[in-house]
Write a protein that binds this ligand. Structure first.
Ligand SMILES: C[S@@+](CC[C@H](N)C(=O)[O-])C[C@H]1O[C@@H](n2cnc3c(N)ncnc32)[C@H](O)[C@@H]1O
Length: 331
């Protein structure tokens, strides 16, 4: 039996409602459980957990992106960009990715009938982003998009002033440094890592090669430019994966929130984009080779460690400020 408390404090679950988190609930009230789920289905569509890895990255990109896209060491899952575009914009709105890599945000935006532009520091990735946009248009995408090659820490010097206050949504993710990414193939000595670099590692303009403090400083500058371009009520969505360096947690999501605050943005939500598929009540993780290897080593040496199967999604809007007559305006 499910225990039913006599009194329920404000904010507590309704005791007459089976707790859907309790395994006993479904057994004791199968009919009511289904009824509960049915009634709440509409709410569930707006969950803070985004089911963005129901299919693998290669399956999500197949036919939608040019094959060279795979060379980029840290592509965003297309379903993450598509979810953000669907949740925060309407057709015709303008979307920006100031670190657009191979153009995932832009491709998903133009397929959804939004216009988009992106900045990318490395010519090899901005060329692929251009190719992906052409590919999207060849396959029926209706939105317009363009890519500017340059350093997004100087965003306002790269884009026309006329775009100030015009952007409805920014979707982006910072680079995580050279240790996390890449592909592997078997070799005589085990495995060989490849496609794990943004460039040859000498150009400090690429934020990938700065330490966490340098990355956070550069990212705050980029977000400051984004805030200037954002329209009133516009939204900034940043995905960042917590990762580990020599077994120690590098808390990139917290650094992103701090960078957003320094840029004058207001954090409004923290969601989770799953890097695991939901299947028959279970999560099927889609980890990289390196993540698996690190977790296996830690567990073998007696350190209990969870496999990271999500990205944090940090969501900001523009700060409201007071005008001279005391009314609240959006900065
Ligand atoms: C995590 S990746 C973004 C990947 C992208 N979302 C995609 O799906 O392809 C970060 C990107 O930022 C670029 N980048 C690094 N520093 C930059 C800067 N100062 N200005 C513009 N882009 C930069 C990197 O070259 C890399 O392509």
């Amino acid at each position: 039996m499910v225990a039913v408390p006599e009194h329920t404090a404000p904010g507590q679950p309704d005791p007459h409602e089976p707790d859907i988190n309790s395994p006993a609930a479904g057994e004791d009230y199968p009919g009511r459980h289904r009824e509960y789920e049915g009634r709440h289905r509409a709410d569930l569509e707006g969950l803070s957990v985004w089911a963005t890895a129901q299919s693998t990255g290669p399956v999500q990109r197949r036919g939608r992106y040019v094959p060279e896209s795979v060379k980029h060491p840290a592509r965003m899952l297309p379903a993450i960009a598509a979810h953000a575009v669907g949740a925060y914009t309407q057709p015709g709105d303008l979307v920006l990715d100031p670190m657009c890599g191979i153009g995932t945000t832009l491709v998903e935006a133009v397929h959804a009938g939004r216009d988009a532009f992106g900045i990318e520091y490395e010519p090899q990735w901005s060329n692929i982003a251009d190719a992906n946009i052409r590919h999207a248009h060849d396959h029926g995408a209706t939105g317009r998009a363009s890519v500017i090659r340059g350093d997004a820490t100087r965003l306002m010097s790269l884009v026309p002033k006329a775009l100030t206050g015009q952007v409805a949504l920014v979707v982006t993710s910072p680079p995580y440094g050279p240790t996390v990414h890449g592909l592997v193939r078997p070799s005589a000595d085990g495995v060989v890592k490849y496609d794990d670099r943004y460039n040859d590692g000498h150009d400090r303009g690429n934020l990938a090669y700065r330490d966490l403090t340098g990355l956070a400083d550069g990212f705050a500058q980029i977000l400051h430019g984004c805030a200037t371009l954002l329209r009133p009520g516009g939204v900034v969505v940043v995905t960042a994966r917590p990762w580990r360096k020599r077994g120690e947690l590098v808390d990139l999501p917290s650094a992103v929130i701090a960078a957003g605050l320094r840029a004058g943005l207001v954090p409004i939500e923290r969601c989770v984009a799953l890097l695991a598929a939901v299947r028959d009540g279970h999560l099927v993780a889609r980890p990289s080779f390196f993540q698996l290897q690190q977790v296996r080593k830690a567990r073998a040496s007696g350190t209990p460690m969870h496999l990271i199967a999500h990205e944090d999604v940090l969501i900001f809007t523009k700060a409201a400020t007071s005008s001279e007559d005391g009314t609240e305006v959006v900065a």
